[in-house]
Design a protein around this ligand. Structure first.
Ligand code: CA
Length: 235
């Protein structure tokens, strides 16, 4: 797996490179947008870590150009943003980024996000149809979901189709922040008409079925002003 790091701050770029090389990935660094686009054309990385604030072309512009001129590989794009920048704009569907990470982030968090993205690419190639975390197993073929307690299978979860799809979406990508539009797109696609707050209703129902304490969720966290994310502590 080839990863391109696009970041003008040399120390951050180096830190990312060391983190990902320790995970066994091969990395290149591009220090500005135009160099990055050239490397994308020539080397076709699998994943691009793209800083939003770059000299010359900014990260959004680089992202848009990569998506406009798809090569043989359509790389995953993980956008880096500083706190206080318009996160909504970055994670909006229109940017074409697959995920984003807010600076400052820990190397561990970065590595987890990268692994999640690249696992997703393996899944899309049909490598596996089961998601497993510390507390949950979701089998997409059998359409079953179960919860584990202390490593033992505790119970099959009795979920509606919509709840199952919602849980699958969350668990396919632990740590990712989803806004309501993105969840609607996943769950209903173009068939959706109505108020996007309906997402909140389904999240509340799913929480009642999977959370030990639905009023103080462990797994499906609210991200204020944005939407939701799934986390499984320890897994
Ligand atoms: Ca920067």
């Amino acid at each position: 797996m080839e990863i391109l790091i696009v970041e003008d701050e040399a120390e951050i770029a180096k830190l990312i490179q060391l983190t990902l090389e320790a995970e066994g990935f091969s990395c290149r660094i591009g220090r500005d947008g135009l160099t990055a686009l050239q490397i994308v054309r020539e080397q076709q990385p699998d994943l691009i870590i793209l800083d939003l604030m770059l000299p010359g072309l900014d990260g959004l512009e680089v992202c848009a150009r990569i998506r406009q001129q798809p090569g043989p590989k359509d790389p995953y794009i993980l956008m880096l943003t500083a706190k206080g920048e318009e996160i909504d704009r970055v994670i909006g569907l229109s940017t074409g980024a697959d995920d984003y990470l807010v600076k400052p982030f820990s190397p561990r968090e970065l590595a987890a996000r990268v692994r999640a993205l690249l696992r997703r690419s393996l899944r899309q190639a049909g490598a596996t149809h089961t998601y497993q975390t510390q507390h949950f197993i979701v089998d997409l073929d059998r359409r079953t979901a179960s919860r584990q307690i202390n490593g033992h299978l505790a119970e099959n979860l009795d979920l509606t189709t919509l709840e199952f799809n919602l849980l699958s979406t969350f668990i396919s990508y632990p740590g990712r922040v989803w806004n309501r539009t993105q969840l609607i797109d996943k769950l209903w696609g173009d068939d959706f008409f109505g108020d996007e707050r309906v997402v909140d209703t389904h999240v509340a129902r799913l929480r009642k079925k999977i959370e030990p304490d639905p009023t103080n969720p462990t797994f499906i966290k609210t991200v204020v002003g944005v939407g939701y994310k799934f986390e499984d502590p320890g897994g």
